[in-house]
Design a protein around this ligand. Sequence first.
Ligand SMILES: [Zn+2]
Length: 171
Amino acid sequence: MINFKTASELLKWYWNTYDKAKSLPINVIAIAQRLRVLVFEDDFTGPHNQDAYGYLRYVEDNLYGDAYGIYVNRKHAPVRKNFTVAHELGHYCLHQGELKEAHELNRVNEFSPEEEWANNFAAELLMPTELLRRVHGELVFLTVAELAKRFAVSHVAMSRRLGALGLKVTR
Ligand SMILES: [Zn+2]
């Protein structure tokens, strides 16, 4: 099993091995599949909070090795689901071993250093510094909405990321 400590390490591996074109938007579901992490939609009825974003679970140990599952809230918009998958992939990179002890990780509205870390991981995975700087440099009349669309993220997520990288847009 390969261990990735950062989103850029994970992306570098994915690009070198499977997507040399570095296509946009980043296909987090395809990346997850390459890690043997399956993505499912869930109604979040049962024990999970109605407003939960998603959770990560160790699924099984079979002939082909370990498998994990990311469950995202079916009711959420595609951009939010993308962010949830990317966020849970962060937890996966951090906690594969522990997860095997059969526990789950939930993405809920709580602030902890680890949640913040996973959010940053997700932002870096969906809006990689190098690509975002390149697209930002190529677009003449730049809006947050256009960038958000190209990277398949929410307006809010893109605004934050641009701010973090010190990139300016016209509106
Ligand atoms: Zn989380």
